[in-house]
Design a protein around this ligand. Structure first.
Ligand code: PLP
Length: 353
């Protein structure tokens, strides 16, 4: 707490509220953490996705391939560029973009591919990157749920042309409000985002292009610098909690536990099991004092906002089944083993009720 109060004091004393030295410091710390040359602080994860696509030149008439098993923002960022989201279903084991189905979705209009590193593990990146390379298509990683996750020893956000992070307060690395970042090795992309996030100005009041206000707050950057130092420890705690959940649920045939891909280091932003009658189970758990969540009750292709794409039920069966069965159990670093035991005991009772 003392370090956070100090961080607030420093920002206040220097009035470095929008952009400025605290953002620059966090950017270099976060780039070092992710193993990229650069990180760029922006206003949110949605900004990170949107500005990455804009910087890559995605616009009206283009297509961007992603998965419907994600938070709405992934597709929203594509639509905000004027492009069309093209969905590919997820792998039934890891719930991330199924590389086997990717190639069929790529057309001459495809300008980017966005694998989503859902729940804290990256998509199976090597086959995705190989397909992307064959088609000359940039890969933008949606790493908004995967702070510190690794694939074959490489950090989320360091494998595509850009990685997009959210620091929404509930994330593994959470700010005290809204914030996000783009990680990249590309100096040209970095330069474009620096202009786009600041009203298209390269020099103050000289606007070369139309951008937006997507700057990171100094306060958020200062808080994130403090919290970044604890990220590895809190991810280790999350993995230990997931292991205990796994052990306690191992003999429970009514529950499908999350699986970690063989090349992945998972950071368990979310520990989602799959159960039948999910909605009833959720209500029974809540009645017994255990609040669970659903990520997400409606896959993106069936959201009202995307009705115009014309996808009906059955279009992406794995994502649809997940949306009916996912139940996110409590997961945060401070969880105690007796709490996990209580959650699992309660879940078993609710499944039998
Ligand atoms: C997978 C995914 N993508 C994008 C976002 C958007 O991030 P933000 O809420 O910071 O705009 C989120 C945030 O929840 C997310 O989980």
């Amino acid at each position: 707490m003392g370090e956070l109060v100090d961080a607030f004091r420093q920002v206040t004393e220097t009035s470095a509220f929008a952009g400025g030295p605290f953002v620059a410091r966090f950017e270099s710390e976060f780039a070092a953490f992710c193993g990229t040359r650069y990180a760029l602080g922006v206003g949110s994860g949605t900004d990170a996705l949107w500005l990455s696509l804009l910087a890559l030149g995605v616009g009206p008439g283009d297509e961007v391939v992603t998965t419907p098993n994600s938070f709405m923002a992934t597709a929203e960022a594509i639509s905000l560029c004027g492009a069309r989201p093209i969905f590919v279903d997820v792998d039934a084991q890891t719930y991330t973009l199924d590389p086997q189905q990717l190639e069929a979705a790529i057309t001459l209009r495809t300008q980017a591919i966005i694998p989503v590193h859902l729940f804290g593990q990256t998509a199976d990146m090597d086959p995705i990157l190989a397909i992307a390379r064959r088609h000359g298509t940039p890969v933008v990683e949606d790493a908004c749920q995967a702070h510190g996750a690794e694939y074959k020893g490489r950090k989320a956000g360091s494998m595509g042309v850009a990685g997009c992070y959210s620091f929404y307060p509930g994330k593994n690395l959470g700010a005290f409000g809204e914030a996000g970042a783009i990680t990249t090795d590309e100096s040209e992309l970095r330069a474009k985002v620096q202009v786009l996030r600041d009203h298209g100005q390269a020099a103050k009041y000289f606007h070369a292009t139309i951008g937006w206000n997507a700057r990171m707050d100094g306060i958020q950057a200062a808080v994130l610098s403090v919290k970044l130092r604890r990220l590895n420890a809190s991810n280790t705690a999350r993995r230990a909690h997931a292991k205990l959940y796994d052990e306690l649920l191992a003999d429970e045939s009514r529950v499908i536990r999350p699986k970690t891909g063989k090349h992945n280091t998972h950071v368990f932003h979310i520990y989602a099991v799959r159960v039948k009658n999910r909605d009833e189970v959720l209500q029974r758990m809540a009645a017994r004092g255990v609040n669970c969540a659903i990520h997400y009750p409606v896959p993106i292709h069936l959201q009202k906002a995307y009705a115009f794409l014309g996808h009906g039920p059955g279009s992406f069966p794995v994502s649809e089944q997940c949306s009916q069965e996912f139940l996110s159990l409590p997961m945060y670093p401070e969880l105690q083993p007796d709490q996990i035991n209580f959650v699992v005991k309660t879940l078993k009772e609710c499944l039998s009720e």
